[in-house]
Ligand binder design. Sequence first.
Ligand code: BEZ
Length: 371
Amino acid sequence: MAELQEVQITEEKPLLPGQVPKAAKEAELAARILLDQGQTHSVETPYGSVTFTVYGTPKPKRPAILTYHDVGLNYKTCFQPLFQFGDMQEIIQNFVRVHVDAPGMEEGAPVFPLGYQYPSLDQLADMIPCILQYLNFSTIIGIGVGAGAYVLSRYALNHPDTVEGLVLINIDPNAKGWMDWAAHKLTGLTSSIPEMILGHLFSQEDLSGNSELVQKYRNIVTHAPNLENIELYWNSYNNRRDLNFERGSDITLKCPVMLVVGDQAPHEDAVVECNSKLDPTQTSFLKMADSGGQPQLTQPGKLTEAFKYFLQGMGYMASSCMTRLSRSRTASLTSAASTDGNRSRSRTLSQSSESGTLPSGLPGHTMEVSC
Ligand code: BEZ
């Protein structure tokens, strides 16, 4: 007797002229990124060209991690210590990383001609879709610092369906008020642009302590061959509009957000205020002790651990993937927190939330990280 066989019939749509089959497009993309371990690309956008560097191998159904750096820095000077940190490798091996350099900030960038109209921060955000289209990524997890955190937030407000999560370090979502402008103008009378930018990146305590790190970044900013370009990005940052976040309104971030700031850092108050305006069920707030103005440079270990919890909360890092180190740290926290306050302070995460629980990877927590 003839057996009935199940045959799967897929309806093939005829390709339009010039259309590349989806599988071929995906294969081309995979090949492009496979070859691209730290390969720099540029794409044209309505606001000029933008450069980005891609690391990692694409994993199906995973968002890209997309970073955006602060003023005075580029993707390497802002993020290399974090992404090259030992424990971070276990996390990032599961994602493609797309590190955007704001126009004119890439290594070796020529100085823009006099009178060049640098994009506003809103326009920088509008360049991101061109990057994602080029790489064929439909969603991202963004990590931004300072001006970069603002750019990613603006992008998330405009394209909420494409942002799965945001790590925002030192974000100031408010436009400068007239008092800020007056202070800015006064400082400008006595300080150079590099000094003003260093005052934005680091706390006064950092700067007067003059650690090796501060000396290194002072040298980077002061002797930048593209200082004129940096000044343009700085002006765009200072002319930013209010993001107008309002808790419970339509103008808010819809994805899980981890806000990060160093305690005593220049943007502490702005980040605290930002936390009060975002959806508390979607937002974690991480105030890092002893981290100065740039927690991603000074405390890559703590930030890596917090990022791991954040991804876990989004369902991307199974607990079985946690390193022995993380598991034992979490465990030691439970006992250390109750038995030995000093030890827990010196080890790792402590929370000051209403929930009073340990980091769970779920948003809606305030964590203070001490070392
Ligand atoms: C990365 O692996 O994503 C990376 C490597 C070097 C510098 C910055 C990022």
